[in-house]
Design a protein around this ligand. Structure first.
Ligand SMILES: NC(=O)c1ccc[n+]([C@@H]2O[C@H](COP(=O)([O-])OP(=O)(O)OC[C@H]3O[C@@H](n4cnc5c(N)ncnc54)[C@H](OP(=O)(O)O)[C@@H]3O)[C@@H](O)[C@H]2O)c1
Length: 254
């Protein structure tokens, strides 16, 4: 899996051109979901470009009240792709842990419609229960994740169980980019606050999925491989944690 991806929630204006531009800059992972309304545009961008399909990593989601297998096919039809690299359950269902949906995703994978399968926003005990009921833990856990809102316990749990963590809303939807402590650290590195948040993810072994429509944002967010945060500054960023959520709450906290 690429170590960094492009989020596409709210990328509804000029999706094709925007995703094509991201590919030109070097992005290879795209995260989407039917309710983002970006699937048709992403599919078109992939077909119009000259990158081979296996150079790209497409992440899609099925809703918690859908049939996992049928919803995978429906989303692939919208994308007009033969397979997704990763299919995620969008959130835990209200009742239970979604073991039926999960079995649908296992079937989709067996039939070559999904390369790998995972979930979003599960609590640790829900992950464990899913594993107990189906014999298989998710390959990936996608959760809201930034210095201002995260759980190192969840990260440790995932890494101990070989689950890759992907970070959604890694830029706090822009809500905390002006935080004084963050801007001061960014100045020290001669980087932007967004670049520091992305770098913090990478150094924690988390795959960030920053969404950017603006071309300068896309460019800035991928220019993060030529500097490194010190251990001390990683710890300083960790200490910003106040379980902040740009959405509503960090659902995966116990
Ligand atoms: N699994 C889930 O339940 C779930 C939930 C939420 C999100 N996600 C995924 O995660 C992705 C990312 O999360 P998100 O869209 O919520 O928020 P985000 O990536 O934290 O923030 C996106 C916002 O930050 C701005 N931005 C991007 N780069 C910037 C930069 N360098 N400097 C300043 N501002 C910058 C963007 O502006 P412009 O667009 O104008 O450039 C946009 O307004 C989503 O797009 C989606 O793919 C998944």
């Amino acid at each position: 899996m690429p170590v960094l991806g492009l989020g596409t929630w709210m990328l509804t204006s000029h999706t094709v051109e925007s995703v094509q531009h991201a590919f030109e800059l070097g992005y290879r992972l795209v995260d989407t979901s039917a309710d983002y309304l970006t699937q048709p545009g992403i599919g078109r961008a992939i077909r119009r470009g000259d990158l081979p399909r296996d150079a790209l990593f497409v992440v899609i989601k099925v809703e918690e009240d859908e049939d996992g297998y049928a919803a995978t096919i429906k989303n692939l039809d919208e994308l007009r792709l033969a397979y997704a690299d990763l299919v995620l359950v969008h959130r835990p269902p209200k009742k239970g842990v979604g073991d039926d949906i999960w079995r649908g995703l296992m079937r989709a994978r067996e039939e070559g419609l999904a390369r790998d399968i995972g979930v979003c926003s599960y609590k640790a005990r829900q992950l464990e229960q899913l594993g107990e009921l189906t014999g298989e833990l998710p390959a990936v856990h996608q959760i809201e994740w930034s210095p201002f809102g995260h759980s190192l316990d969840m990260l440790n749990f995932c890494h101990a169980n070989d689950i890759v963590v992907q970070a959604y809303s890694p830029l706090t939807r822009g809500k905390r980019l002006a935080d004084g402590r963050l801007t001061e650290l960014a100045r020290k590195y001669g980087r932007s606050p967004a670049q520091l948040l992305i770098r913090w993810n990478l150094q924690h072994g988390v795959v960030p999925l920053p969404k950017a429509y603006r071309e300068d944002h896309q460019r800035e967010n991928i220019a993060v491989f030529d500097f490194e945060l010190t251990e001390q500054d990683m710890a300083a960023l960790d200490s910003f944690n106040e379980h902040f959520s740009a959405l509503e709450k960090l659902d995966y906290l116990a």
